[in-house]
Ligand binder design. Structure first.
Ligand SMILES: *Cc1c(COP(=O)(O)O)cnc(C)c1O
Length: 337
C-alpha cells in the first residue's frame, strides 16, 4: 500500500546526496569556534538574508527563545499574534527563559498589521510592562501557511524603528514564503533585528535552525545558547545537511506548493469537507463534516497520515518526501471520502 505522511514537513529523511555531504563534512569543536562546516553554514545563511552573523542551534524553538532573550529585559512585554509558535508551542519559554509577558493580537490567519500593533505598545508608565519586541511568523503555521509579503512587513518595521522596538522573524518556513511571494531573502535583513530559519522543515535537513542578527547580538546569543545547553561539539556533520539543504532544496519548494494546490482542489470538491482555507504554500487546513478524528482514521486506513488541529479541522503538510504518485493517491482517497 502507498503510504503518505502529511503530519508535518519535519518528517523528511535525509536524501542520499545530503547523507554524502554529512559523511564528508570537516568538523571541529564548535564551542571553541573550530567547526568549519558550522562556521560556513552560519556565514552562508547570514549572507543570504543580508545579516551580519549567524548561530547554529539544535532547534527553531531554541533560535526563537534565544532571540527573545537577546531582544528583551526581564519585565518587558512582547507583541505577537495569538497563534504564534513562540507563544503556543514553545512550552511557555517566553516567561521561563526571559521573564517577559506576551501581548497577543488577533491577526487574520496570524498576519498582523502596523495598525493592529501600534495601540498595543504600552506607554511609559510604571503600571505597564515595557514593550520592547514584536515577533512575526512567516509563513504562519497555525494560519495554514499564510504569508506576509515584504510590503506588508515594511510598515511594521517602520513602526518598530520609530518606537524603539526590536523586530524578530520566526522564519521556520521563510523559504516557503519567499517561494510564494517572490520576495528576496537578502532584502529581509534590512527590516528585522533577528531572523530564525529552520533547516529541518521543508528544507529537509534532519536537525537544526540558524538565528541571524548583527554581530553583537550573535555574540550574546552564544552565551545564551550555552546556558540553554545548546553548545554542541562536532555538529558540523549536521550543519553539512543544512548547507546541502540551502543549496539543493530551496528551489524545489514550489513543487510542494503545487502538490498542496492539487490536493486542496480535490478537498474542495469533496462532500465530506465543508471548507478549505486558501492554500498559499505547503500547508492545507480544511474542515470536515464528521469529527476530524473519524476522518483521520479513514485516511489512515488508506495509508495517509495527518493531524487534526481542531474538532473538525485537519492539517495536511506537503514536503520533499511526498512524490507525485503519492499526491495522486491522496487525491483518489479524498474523492472517495
Ligand atoms: C517548527 C516551528 C518552529 C521550531 O520548531 P522546532 O521543532 O523547535 O525546530 C518555530 N516556529 C514555527 C512557526 C514552526 O513551525
Amino acid at each position: 500500500m502507498i503510504t503518505v505522511d502529511l503530519r508535518s514537513d519535519t518528517v523528511t529523511k535525509p536524501t542520499a546526496g545530503m547523507l554524502e555531504a554529512m559523511f564528508n563534512a570537516k568538523v571541529g569543536d564548535d564551542v571553541f569556534g573550530d567547526d568549519e562546516t558550522i562556521n560556513q553554514l552560519e556565514a552562508k545563511a547570514a549572507a543570504m538574508f543580508g545579516m551580519e552573523a549567524g548561530i547554529y542551534c539544535p532547534s527553531g524553538t531554541m533560535t526563537n527563545q534565544i532571540a527573545i532573550k537577546c531582544f528583551t529585559q526581564p519585565l518587558d512585554e512582547l507583541i505577537a499574534d495569538q497563534t504564534a509558535h513562540v507563544y503556543r508551542y514553545e512550552g511557555g519559554g517566553i516567561a521561563f527563559n526571559s521573564a517577559v509577558s506576551t501581548r497577543l493580537l488577533n491577526g487574520y490567519r496570524g498576519i498582523l498589521t502596523a495598525d493592529m500593533i501600534e495601540p498595543e505598545i504600552n506607554a511609559e508608565n510604571v503600571h505597564y510592562p515595557h514593550t520592547s519586541l514584536v515577533v512575526l511568523e512567516n509563513t504562519v503555521n497555525k494560519g495554514g501557511g499564510a504569508c506576509y509579503t515584504l510590503d506588508q512587513i515594511k510598515p511594521i518595521a517602520e513602526l518598530c524603528q520609530q518606537r524603539g522596538l526590536k523586530l524578530h522573524l520566526d522564519g521556520a518556513r521563510i523559504f516557503n514564503a519567499l517561494a510564494h511571494t517572490g520576495d528576496k531573502a537578502y532584502d529581509y535583513g534590512k527590516y528585522f533585528d533577528g531572523i530564525s530559519v529552520c533547516l529541518s522543515k521543508g528544507l529537509g535537513a534532519p536537525v537544526g535552525s540558524v538565528l541571524l542578527a548583527d554581530k553583537e547580538t550573535i555574540k550574546y546569543a552564544r552565551r545564551v545558547r550555552k546556558v540553554l545547553g545548546g553548545g554542541m561539539r562536532q555538529a558540523g556533520f549536521l550543519a553539512a545537511a543544512g548547507i546541502y539543504a540551502l543549496d539543493h532544496h530551496v528551489e524545489r519548494l514550489k513543487n510542494d506548493h503545487a502538490h498542496a494546490r492539487i490536493i486542496a482542489e480535490a478537498l474542495a470538491a469533496s462532500p465530506a469537507v465543508t471548507n478549505v482555507l486558501p492554500v498559499e504554500t505547503n500547508i492545507i487546513l480544511f474542515d470536515t463534516v464528521d469529527l476530524a478524528d473519524a476522518v483521520l482514521q479513514k485516511l489512515a486506513a488508506q495509508g495517509i497520515h495527518a493531524m487534526s488541529t481542531d474538532k473538525h479541522r485537519i492539517r495536511f503538510v506537503l514536503h520533499l518526501d511526498v512524490h507525485p504518485e503519492q499526491v495522486e493517491h491522496v487525491v483518489s482517497v479524498v474523492k472517495s471520502l
